[in-house]
Design a protein around this ligand. Sequence first.
Ligand code: TRP
Length: 445
Amino acid sequence: MASQREQWNSRTGFILATVGSAVGLGNVWRFPTVVVQSGGGAFVLLFLAIVLVIGVPAIIVELTLGRRSQKNILGTFLILAPGTKWWVAGLFSLVAVFVILSFYSVIAGWAAIYFVGSLLGIFSGLETEGLTLLFGEIAGHGFLSLLAQGIFMLATIIIVSTGITGGIERWSKFLMPGIIVILFMLLGRTLLLEGALEGVLWFLTPDLSQINLDVALSAVGQVFFSFSLGMGAILTYGSYLSPRENIPQSAILIGFADVAIALLMGLIIIPALFVFNVQPEVGPGIIFVTLPAIFNTIPGSMVWSALFFLMLTFAALTSAVSLLEVGVAYFMDARKWSRRAATVLLGSLIFLIGVPSNLSQGIWSNVLIFGRDFLDLMDFTASSILLPLGGFFTVIFLAWIWGTENALKELNKGASTFMWGSGWAFLVKYIIPVAILYIFVSGML
Ligand code: TRP
């Protein structure tokens, strides 16, 4: 059976697909928002440190487990620790994938609506107030937002159903360069705005007095979310790798690309906020209200706004694809479903699970659970509970159950010069689990 498992066609394809998973709403929307909330340059500095100490080593963890087991997230635990209850950790991740994708597709649907809306010019001439109202109408429309969510899920299903090389890899090779081209166009445009420099400096100059525990917590959360860690997405992509692949090198490349794109997004959005002296809203408003308002003040606003939302939709799509693939890989490996059946069934199911999140922005907005609307609740459950737990179990599993020696053996197959092996093993055994646990517990308190 193992010989039937698909493999990435090329190294470039694998890297682009994995970077595609990492680059998403987390970079475009979440990163600039958290930077603004957490004091600018100081947060950025901390973020970079955590990328090095936790982020990149954790990418190595997931890729190594996946390549070794050649299985899905649940099967990895079953194969590497047979007869134990470790597969429950995989189940965690599987559930988290459903939860994340269900609300992710709602927000991605808005991005798609904003792309079309920009082309139609419906945002032209509006200022913050008008845009706030319009955003409320669009997000709360019910029919329109469900339609957009459905179309987005359909696109995700189509890409995943055509397989690793024919679907995910091929589309990533097309979408990722597209994202990068648009990114540089937007960057050129906002940096040319008068007064942009002030924002750039605020973004890049760390004020160390701003660093505290809260800032550290959100930095770690951001690294996990942005690197797609903690729920088997990177592990699943690793399971399509050949033993020749140099995992540490790939992990560094993937981490570097994701960080670079997050920083460039920050350089697009934050100077613009400074130029127009707007108090950025927290949450989706920063993208769906503040940014369109800024675009409206520059010539050719329709085009810039359309480009931005196209980029956002593409970025969300390649991330959604990786989330759906986690579930599909499980049902194909373990239940012997065909790829097409697994994709259509899971994709539709996730769409249905997303319906309450969608409606919670409109007709169900007064239904609160633990003080949160449904979308917010899903986001919180996934990002603050399932994701850190999934990440914790995966790292503990590699370090203490399967063992770093086995892991290094696997790693050295494609990277005989993996000279930082013992440093990595140390991080994985002690530093990373303690850090995650600490963050998780203090986040819960
Ligand atoms: N990393 C993506 C982003 O930045 C989101 C994402 C995709 C994700 N797959 C994931 C987050 C798996 C956590 C786990 O938007």
